[in-house]
Design a binder for this molecule. Structure first.
Ligand code: NCD
Length: 315
């Protein structure tokens, strides 16, 4: 029997995963997909409880975790919009975590400060799943994005991914780029305004792992060679100067006209929410997967992760 390396473990960063781990997670996600389509739900996690503790706004991630747990027969403690004071240094987060570990078997945490999930995990005897720690990482989003790409492109032989938008503050691109670096023959274009460039330390890590990377400000000339166009919004809540945000918010707008030069076999992704960077008429393009496949995969991946963390013999 294959070893389930996720059993009882935290998910803090995508750095924890190997290609084998990804293959196992994706194979369980596929089973979850079949389960949902054939039966809707199961009792696999009956008697288990998940606390979803969200200190930052969320609807998709929050909703898909709740749906995932309930489709597997588990219970939920949904907590959204918690007030906090400087938690990474202070007591509040650790106290809250220590309270909720008494009630639940797993804690899903979203928090505005980088490193908060790691700190929570140090205090918690129950597994912590990082669902976004400020501008740091968003590992479960990275996994669902990677799953969407692998499901479309199969055994990746060579792939060009163009990420566009707020490369500095977008945690989803940080996690996805690191996951892509586990594969061979990956080329990533980071397209952003000069003041919102992708973090240097992750860029170096990618280069070290053999990824060919390229940074530039313009998008259109990248499209004919791009397989995956990954669009992100400018992360308004991370700007200290809102006039700067106002200037940059419409820097990139993906429209059907722009996509005329995009590969026929390509896909357009977005972690959502979008705030104008992809016009609504792009939704009709068969290459647009952000509201369809990518969203559905979020729930399947989260079902797989909960099942693997809470059940030893799942593989
Ligand atoms: C992303 C996030 O929270 O980082 N959203 C999400 O999880 N679906 C992307 C974003 O907010 O721009």
């Amino acid at each position: 029997m294959l070893k389930n390396r996720l059993f009882g473990r935290d998910i803090i960063s995508v750095d924890e995963f190997s290609l084998d781990d990804l293959a196992n997670i994706f194979s369980v996600a596929k089973k979850m997909q079949r389960l949902v389509y054939s039966h809707g739900s199961s009792n696999l996690l009956r008697g288990k409880i998940m606390t979803a503790l969200f200190y930052e706004p969320s609807s998709r991630t929050f909703g898909s975790f709740l749906a995932a747990m309930q489709r597997l027969g588990g219970g939920i403690i949904p907590i959204q919009g918690v007030n906090f004071s400087s938690v990474v240094k202070g007591e509040t987060l650790s106290d809250t975590i220590r309270v909720f570990e008494n009630y639940s078997d797993v804690i899903v945490l979203r928090h505005p400060e980088v490193g908060s999930a790691k700190i929570a995990a140090e205090f918690s005897s129950k597994p912590i799943i990082n669902s976004g720690d400020g501008v740091g990482e968003h590992p479960t989003q990275g996994l669902l994005d990677m799953y969407t790409i692998v499901s479309r492109f199969g055994n990746i032989k060579s792939l060009t991914v163009t990420m566009v938008g707020d490369m500095m503050n977008g945690r989803t691109v940080h996690s996805l780029a690191k996951l892509l670096s586990l594969y061979k023959h990956i080329h990533i274009n980071f397209v952003s305004p000069d003041s919102l460039r992708f973090p240097k330390e992750i860029l170096l890590l990618l280069k070290d792992r053999g990824v060919s990377v390229h940074e530039q400000e313009t998008l259109a000339d990248m499209l004919p060679h791009t397989d995956v166009l990954y669009v992100t919004r400018m992360q308004k809540e991370r700007f200290t100067d809102l006039t700067k945000y106002e200037k940059l918010k419409n820097y990139y707008i993906v429209t059907p006209t722009l996509l005329k030069n995009f590969k026929k076999s390509g896909i357009v992704m977005h972690p959502l929410p979008r705030v104008g960077e992809i016009t609504m008429d792009v939704d009709l393009d068969p290459r647009a997967v952000y509201i369809t496949e990518q969203m559905k995969n979020g729930m399947f991946i989260r079902m797989a992760l909960l099942a693997m963390i809470l059940t030893k013999n799942i593989l």
